[in-house]
Design a binder for this molecule. Structure first.
Ligand SMILES: [Zn+2]
Length: 84
């Protein structure tokens, strides 16, 4: 099988990477060349990591806020409806 870089195919560049078993099968499969692998991992590090960090942080804060609101609401209810 012929392995082509999917991004090079899209860009109209020379996309052939390597041969892959079975060699007698001449059909094509897709991979990523070193250039595009590097640019992809660089863009992933730049874009996704801080974004994921903020999503995780916002998620954590919203849970903490929800718990705090519930606790305050519970306290308020116990003040309004005293136990007898
Ligand atoms: Zn490529």
């Amino acid at each position: 099988m012929r392995v082509l870089c999917a991004w090079c195919v899209r860009d109209g560049r020379a996309a052939f990477l390597r041969e892959k078993l079975p060699l007698e099968d001449r059909s094509e499969t897709h991979g990523l060349c070193a250039d595009h692998f590097l640019s992809l991992s660089a863009s992933v590090k730049q874009v996704v990591t801080p974004k994921m960090w903020w999503i995780a942080r916002a998620n954590h804060l919203s849970w903490a806020l929800t718990r705090w609101v519930r606790r305050q609401a519970g306290r308020l209810c116990s003040l309004l409806v005293p136990d007898r």
